[in-house]
Write a protein that binds this ligand. Structure first.
Ligand SMILES: NC(=O)C1=CN([C@@H]2O[C@H](COP(=O)(O)OP(=O)(O)OC[C@H]3O[C@@H](n4cnc5c(N)ncnc54)[C@H](O)[C@@H]3O)[C@@H](O)[C@H]2O)[C@@H](O)CC1
Ligand SMILES: Nc1ncnc2c1ncn2[C@@H]1O[C@H](COP(=O)(O)OP(=O)(O)O)[C@@H](O)[C@H]1O
Ligand SMILES: [K+]
Length: 490
């Protein structure tokens, strides 16, 4: 299991390591030089961009090590004329000069560079790049050379993953000490490239820190799903799915099929459509009813294809009042956003609640713009978890799973999941796992990881595929969950 950190936590790790006398900048520059050294022949010239702060200091140490190893190195320090270096970065600057290095304020757009090192800004950047930095980033883009970003691609906000303006598009990002949480979510994912970490010999003392688990592999909690011999279908829970209004029956079917695929004991659908099917021929295990005749389940899912008519509102209000575990998705969330009385009732529930908004649904619930949610994904998901006393999955690139106490970041899946039906499949996977006795947060982390993992494996089998369907994900989830349950290799 790997972890990501807020900038506040990273500053603390850095402070404590520096107080212990560790030469962090020297190690950071060394790590970056080694990283490039393993990937680039000595005959190639390397362009190094050094910004005004310590990220620039890292870049200058990188330059020195590469230069001393025999590489041709060209250093650009766009801010030097305006602001002298200080502290560790000043020592790095003096070290670079002492090694015989030079710096220019600009680079040659036609230069034949083997690679570019981006040391403009790291975790210190807290606003959009401006002026000369924007032009520099644009010109680096036009160079079209491999870019190694030091710590964070410049222009990406390390704490949030937001990219409020121009930003470096890296092929590799080498995070220093430990990766910042913003590298794993939102717009940052289009800038980071392949993520690596140089721990600089520091093992953070976790006391007082809030590391966020990064779900790159199957969560260990998966193994809680392993079954006793002496068990029966009642041991693996029941899910009722309410939705499937006119024209959207498929959404409820997808959710139901997904719940069956991950092993839920019994799955019933309460369909709101006027002429609902009486059987799903592709998944006859599903029990199809009208919303009024549905047997109670351990978990109710309200939302897939729900619509927003009067029946949808009534069904939602009833389920909020019921003493069952409750998962709300899609139009259930939109109705919630519109109706203060439903929100109040939801907050007062005793049984566990789970919400799975995509960013626009989250924005409606928080009464703000989607862009505001995306600019502050960690705060948004935390606020929803607190406001509704719920476990919340904020979907989209780098989905976040939050309780009031903690937050995990998903690192599987990708844009091939950006198609209608995937939210329904996720809701079904989640409810099907939750019904088997896991805690809501555990079920959510496994489901979100599994959903993305299925996407990754389908793409690996057919590289270049643009999209995968929800049906394909559900079929794949059987095998991938099975693999996740295998004992760890010793
Ligand atoms: N102190 C050390 O020895 C270490 C520093 N490290 C490096 O230091 C970085 C953090 O350094 P800093 O805190 O100096 O921050 P940065 O080097 O990320 O630079 C930010 C500096 O520029 C200013 N700034 C912010 N936004 C700006 C904008 N849009 N336009 C112009 N200026 C802007 C800020 O006021 C700040 O001083 C890390 O990302 C990492 O690369 C790591 O190597 C660990 C060790
Ligand atoms: N670019 C992306 N990267 C990673 N995951 C994505 C991306 N786009 C969509 N997804 C995932 O696909 C699912 C889509 O859910 P949602 O938007 O609710 O779809 P639906 O149309 O089925 O309601 C979510 O789990 C989301 O995280
Ligand atoms: K950088």
């Amino acid at each position: 299991m790997s972890f990501a950190y807020s900038v506040t936590d990273l500053r603390r790790i850095e402070r404590e390591a520096l107080a212990g006398g560790l030469p962090l900048m020297e190690r950071a520059g060394r790590a970056a030089a080694d990283f490039l050294g393993r990937r680039l022949g000595r005959d190639r010239k390397i362009l190094i961009l050094a910004g005004p702060g310590n990220n620039g200091g890292d870049a200058l140490v990188t330059a020195r090590y590469l230069f001393q190893a025999g590489y041709l190195v060209e250093v650009v320090t766009p801010a030097l004329a305006q602001r002298p270096y200080s502290g560790d970065a000043e020592r790095a600057w003096l070290g670079w000069l002492a090694a015989g290095g030079q710096a220019a304020a600009d680079f040659d757009q036609t230069g034949d560079y083997g690679a570019v090192v981006d040391g403009l800004f790291g975790i210190g950047l807290d606003r959009p790049l401006t002026g000369e930095y924007v032009r520099l980033v644009e010109r680096i883009d036009q160079l079209n050379r491999p870019v190694l970003a030091l710590d964070v691609p410049s222009g990406v906000l390390a704490d949030s993953g937001a990219v409020p303006g121009a930003a470096i598009r890296a092929n590799w990002t080498l995070a220093m000490l430990a990766p910042s949480r913003g590298l794993f979510t939102g717009a940052a994912l289009d800038r980071v490239g392949e993520l690596h970490c140089a721990t600089l010999g520091v093992e953070p003392d976790q006391r007082g820190l809030h590391p966020l688990p990064v779900l790159a592999q199957a969560p260990e909690t998966c193994r809680r799903l392993l079954r006793r011999q002496d068990s029966h279908k009642g041991s693996y829970g029941s899910v009722q799915i309410l939705g499937g209004n006119d024209g959207m029956v498929g959404a409820a079917l997808l959710a139901g099929r997904a719940a069956v695929a991950v092993g839920c004991g019994r799955v019933s659908l309460g369909l709101l459509a006027r002429n609902p099917p009486s059987v799903d021929p592709l998944q006859p295990e599903l029990m199809l009813h009208g919303p009024g005749l549905l047997p109670a389940g351990d978990i109710a899912v309200v939302g897939p294809g729900l619509g927003q008519d009067a029946t949808a509102r009534r069904v939602l209000a009833e389920r909020i009042e019921a003493p069952q575990s409750l998962l709300l998705d899609a139009d259930a969330l939109n109705l919630l956003a519109k109706q203060p009385a439903l929100r109040t009732a939801l907050r007062q529930r005793q049984a566990p609640t789970l919400l799975t908004p995509h960013p626009t649904e989250a924005a409606r619930l928080l009464d703000c713009a989607t862009a505001e949610v995306q600019a502050q994904r960690f705060e948004a998901v935390q606020k929803l978890a607190e406001t509704f006393a719920a476990i919340v999955v904020l979907k989209g690139a780098g989905s976040l799973i939050a309780s009031r106490e903690t937050c995990a970041i998903n690192h599987s899946g990708g844009p091939a999941l950006a198609n209608a039906g995937q939210g329904d499949a996720l809701a079904g996977l989640l409810a099907g796992l939750w019904a088997q006795g896991l805690a809501a947060f555990e079920a959510a982390t496994i489901a979100v990881w599994l959903h993305g993992r299925c996407c990754d494996t389908l793409l690996a089998r057919q590289p270049g595929r643009l999209a995968v369907s929800a049906s394909a994900i559900i079929a794949e989830s059987v095998e991938q969950l099975g693999l996740a349950l295998e004992p760890p290799a010793s």
